[in-house]
Design a protein around this ligand. Structure first.
Ligand code: CA
Length: 230
């Protein structure tokens, strides 16, 4: 299958250059020049990889990445103009997978893109009881369906894998590193705090409150667990 790359970059000449390199590398490439049209294209084409500039008109790259994460597991490579933006870009706030600081070599970008797609996004889920959960949450592992108080909840594959890992071991406290190993795989080299971004999205979708958790509890200084701590 031809991987789909979406480039969201308002510098048209740069966007075209990156487009040509990725097309040459075998990607099917799409272009958007501002945040909202980038999101609209991402919803329509379900890309495998999104090359996302931080400074964009109308909606900046950080906001685009946050929104993207609510419906897509695409790899996100962010382009930053300034080194100071890096901390905000990588995992800490928005859940990007990698970044390049401008000016960058398009060859380097293609190498990073290929490396990301080679990384397993998630390990196959272990065989477990078909229906898991508790306290109003059910997770049907065969159908990949999640219900909260009987209401179906739409999750991205990453969110599902994260929730499955927690729910399959109620009361067990997982560190961020353990969750990354379970959900993202060994080859992940981003920031651990990417987990926090996905847990926050999960909580929002489940209507869970971090301060008074029904489902996912934060264990300060350690990580997360489902239900009461063992
Ligand atoms: Ca820009």
């Amino acid at each position: 299958m031809t991987p789909i790359a979406l480039i969201v970059e308002d510098e048209v000449a740069l966007a075209r250059l990156v487009h040509d390199y990725l097309a040459q590398a075998g990607f099917s490439v799409q272009l958007a020049h501002d945040g909202p049209s980038g999101l609209a294209l991402a919803r329509a084409s379900d890309p495998d990889l999104v090359i996302l500039d931080v400074m964009l008109p109308r909606l900046d790259g950080l906001a685009v990445c946050r929104e993207l994460r609510s419906f897509s597991d695409a790899y996100v490579l962010m382009l930053t103009a300034r080194a100071e933006e890096i901390d905000r870009v990588v995992g800490l706030e928005v859940g990007a997978d990698d970044y390049l600081v401008k000016p960058f070599s398009p060859r380097e970008l293609v190498a990073r893109a290929r490396a990301m797609l080679r990384r397993p996004r998630r390990r196959p889920l272990a065989e477990t009881a078909p229906v898991l959960g508790g306290g109003g949450l059910t997770l049907d592992a065969l159908r990949h369906e999640v219900r909260c108080d009987g209401r179906p909840v739409e999750l991205t594959q990453l969110e599902y894998a994260l929730l499955h890992t927690l729910v399959a071991a109620p009361g067990r406290v997982f560190s961020r590193a353990q969750l990354i190993e379970q959900v993202w795989g060994h080859a992940f080299y981003g920031d651990d705090h990417v987990v926090d971004v996905h847990v926050a999205n999960l909580r929002k979708k489940l209507g869970d409150d971090a301060a008074q958790p029904r489902f996912i509890a934060t264990v300060r200084g350690v990580g997360y667990c489902f239900g009461r701590r063992r």
